[in-house]
Design a protein around this ligand. Structure first.
Ligand code: TRP
Length: 454
């Protein structure tokens, strides 16, 4: 990590950044949030935020990285001493996310194994998933496997191999997702569900929708956690940042959209439009998709189920590798420990941190925080709804008022002198984004703490 090797091709940069961006956030988190927060309403809010906020923040982060040639901790400090703490805060995010991300990664392996051993039909049963996460020991076993795999890959530095595999897998995943989505929406009676997913209904609108969408945007695009700063530090000057950012956004959003189309209408249909059931949250993908697969004729469901969970596993693994890699390099920089020791420490720490998240679905389900959040919800809340908005807010202040948007715009223009959305960028980063983020932060903390009810 110390040597700034550059991305050799422009598409290489986009693919690497998209590879980090596309993961469980798109396939697992986006659909359940969309289902939870009123379908079309959430979708619309998300899309608006993606092309305005998401765009401005991603440009800012990548430009900060390329301008300074440093990753987040150093970069913020280099731009302004007083903002060094922002870099430090970004470091906390992957440390918090990695453990619970791996818990879900473990569920994905479990489902892959279930489908490959021919239990597709059993997996479609209502009580299958509940039985699985309801048992204290088994999910921890799969979580252990997932995080151990991640650690082994990071330890031996064989990410490159995995990345190569995933570059083949990702397009296949995209195609399969589209295929399953088409299958779902062409089922008889699916139209109501499709409408629920696509049509905004302003009765569902609440401030919570906006901050859930915002948190999801940060999460899905790997923003406000230093990742894009690091990627930017590897980016060459002849790479047009604006175009690359648009491509990454388009790709990430398209996958999330398709994943939603694959899961939300099906969930809507299965639950007969009951919004209570649609709020099942983190479990949605694992409960609904097996039912969809089970309805497919003959062995098709099994084959597609195996393929699907294998591909999701790869998407999750590339993300968890890059999360762990980030954590390892932060710890190595701070402690000067060797790579091996650092990997082992990070592995053990993540294991310990992940166990409560897993147990929160069974024997520790009664332990809740703030406004009834279980362990996994708590970690998700602290990183996505608290730390990331704080980082994003100070990034806006730093760019908008200290180094000035022009400095970033000049960096964007390094390639060929153009920056089409410069005005949008300037207004966003200076005024709209910080004010908005601050409002959301206050609101989401108040809600998480249970001070206000929405
Ligand atoms: N964006 C990833 C996803 O959608 C998750 C993620 C968050 C991530 N932070 C990351 C991936 C950092 C790699 C590195 O699933």
């Amino acid at each position: 990590m110390n040597q700034r090797s550059n991305f050799t091709s422009k598409i290489g940069f986009v693919l690497a950044a998209a590879g980090s961006a596309v993961g469980l956030g798109n396939l697992w988190r986006f659909p359940y949030l969309a289902a939870q927060y009123g379908g079309g309403t959430f979708l619309l809010v998300y899309l608006i935020l993606a092309v305005t906020f998401g765009f401005a923040l991603m440009i800012a982060e990548i430009a900060i990285g390329r301008k300074t040639g440093l990753s987040a901790i150093g970069a913020y400090k280099a731009l302004d001493k007083r903002f060094g703490f922002v870099g430090v805060l970004t470091a906390a995010v992957p440390i918090i996310i990695l453990p619970y991300y791996s818990v879900i990664g473990g569920w994905v392996i479990k489902y892959f194994v279930t489908f490959i051993s021919g239990d597709a039909h059993a997996a479609a049963n209502d009580s299958y998933f509940g039985g699985f996460i309801g048992s204290p020991v088994e999910p921890i076993g799969w979580f252990f496997l997932f995080i151990a795999l991640t650690a082994i890959i990071v330890l031996f530095g064989v990410e490159k191999g995995i990345e190569k595999v995933s570059k083949v897998m990702m397009p296949i995943l995209a195609v399969l997702t589209v295929g399953i989505a088409v299958y779902v929406v062409t089922r008889p009676g699916a139209m109501d569900g499709v409408l629920y997913y696509l049509k905004p209904n302003f009765k569902d609108f609440s401030p919570t929708t906006v901050f859930a969408a915002m948190g999801q945007l940060f999460y899905s695009m790997s923003l406000a956690m230093g990742i894009m700063v690091t990627y930017g530090s590897y980016m060459k000057k002849d790479n047009h940042m604006e175009k690359s950012v648009r491509q990454i956004e388009l790709f990430d959003t398209a996958i999330a959209f398709m994943a939603g189309l694959m899961i939300v209408p099906a969930a809507y249909t299965f639950y007969g439009g009951s919004t209570e059931e649609l709020k099942k949250g983190p479990t949605l993908m694992f409960v609904i998709l097996p039912k969809v697969f089970d309805q497919m004729p003959g062995v098709m469901g099994t084959v597609i189920g195996v393929a699907f969970f294998l591909l999701v596993f790869f998407a999750a693994l590339t993300s968890s590798i890059s999360l762990m890699e980030t954590v390892v390099s932060i710890v190595m920089d701070k402690t000067k420990w060797g790579r091996k020791l650092t990997c082992i420490v990070v592995f053990v720490f993540s294991l310990l941190m992940g166990i409560p998240s897993s147990l929160g679905f069974n024997i520790w389900g009664h332990i809740t925080f703030l406004n009834g959040l279980t362990f996994l919800d708590l970690f998700d809340f602290v990183s996505n709804s608290v730390i990331m908005p704080i980082v994003a807010f100070f990034t806006c202040v730093l760019v908008g008022f200290i180094i000035k948007p022009k400095a970033i715009a000049d960096e964007v223009k390094e390639t060929d002198g153009t920056f089409k959305s410069e005005k949008l960028f300037t207004v966003m980063i200076k005024w709209v984004a910080p004010i908005f983020i601050l409002a959301i932060l206050v609101f989401s903390v108040a809600e998480g703490m249970g001070w206000i009810a929405v």
